[in-house]
Design a protein around this ligand. Structure first.
Ligand code: NAP
Length: 235
């Protein structure tokens, strides 16, 4: 039976590269983000290359949207093999200038969104006694830096969420892997990909390859954590 993967934050950047990589391997990709136009374009691109894709435009921080979307997905697909938690946002500024609304925005997507979708899929995976959840956290899930307080806190929390879940679900045959990238040249936080200064940063495709590696581990192996940096990044 064809494998299926839900990928959040699939409209651009790392999530888009993961979707293209997995589709190319014959996995049916289910794309999630808010921007339906970018998702339509990606679905077309996947299908033009002979792959299969559906998309659902939603805000992963909205519990009702997540619940009804997962219901629709499970009505169509009897099985979801992989959940790739990739959607995320961040911004960087001095601690005392951070507004409450900005803290809420970052925590809502990075923590609440990751939690909501994972919760729905854990239920499904437990019933099947198999599944693999991969989360794109960050190297700042393990270190901090000035002006990164809220983003680092969200990524530390995302890491802890997944680390505890790993221990909880392994007896159900469910794998939980976390990938910690350093600098990746995407649209993250208003970055413009392709600038000469960033030419040695990781490419979204580098992270897609990491996901592919993690998913291809033999049945008895789980890659718990995978840290990946540009060679030139000083961290
Ligand atoms: P990006 O180009 O800005 O992409 C972020 C993705 O998340 C977009 O597809 C966006 O789609 C989606 N998204 C944001 N808010 C959402 C929401 N409320 N509901 C659903 N989807 C939402 O950034 P990226 O670099 O690819 O980031 C992907 C992940 O990698 C993030 O978790 C980020 O923290 C992590 N990361 C990035 C770097 C880096 O240097 N770029 C390094 C380490 C880790 P819509 O706007 O269409 O919703």
């Amino acid at each position: 039976m064809q494998k299926t993967a839900i990928i959040t934050g699939a409209s651009r950047g790392i999530g888009r590269a993961i979707a293209l990589e997995l589709a190319q391997q014959g996995i049916y990709v289910i794309l999630i983000a808010r921007n339906s136009q970018e998702l339509t374009e990606l679905q077309t691109q996947v299908e033009q290359k002979g792959g299969k894709a559906d998309f659902y435009a939603l805000d992963i921080a909205q519990a009702n949207e997540v619940k009804s979307t997962v219901e629709q997905i499970l009505d169509k697909h009897s099985q979801i093999d992989y959940l790739i938690n990739n959607a995320g946002v961040g911004s960087f500024q001095e601690f005392e200038t951070f507004e409450e609304a900005e803290l809420d925005r970052i925590m809502n997507v990075n923590i609440k969104g990751t939690f909501l979708l994972t919760k729905e899929l854990v239920l499904h995976m437990k019933s099947r006694k198999q599944g693999h959840i991969v989360t794109i956290a960050s190297d700042v899930s393990k270190r901090t830096f000035p002006n990164g307080s809220v983003y680092c806190a969200s990524k530390y929390a995302q890491d802890a969420l997944m680390s505890a879940l790993r221990k909880e679900v392994r007896s159900f045959g469910i794998k939980v892997s976390t990938i910690y990238p350093g600098l990746v040249d995407t649209h993250f936080n208003g970055n413009q990909p392709g600038e000469p200064d960033n030419k040695n940063w990781l490419k979204p495709e580098d992270i897609a390859q990491s996901v592919s590696y993690v998913l291809s581990a033999p049945a008895h192996v789980v890659v718990d954590e995978l840290m990946i940096h540009p060679l030139e990044q000083d961290y």
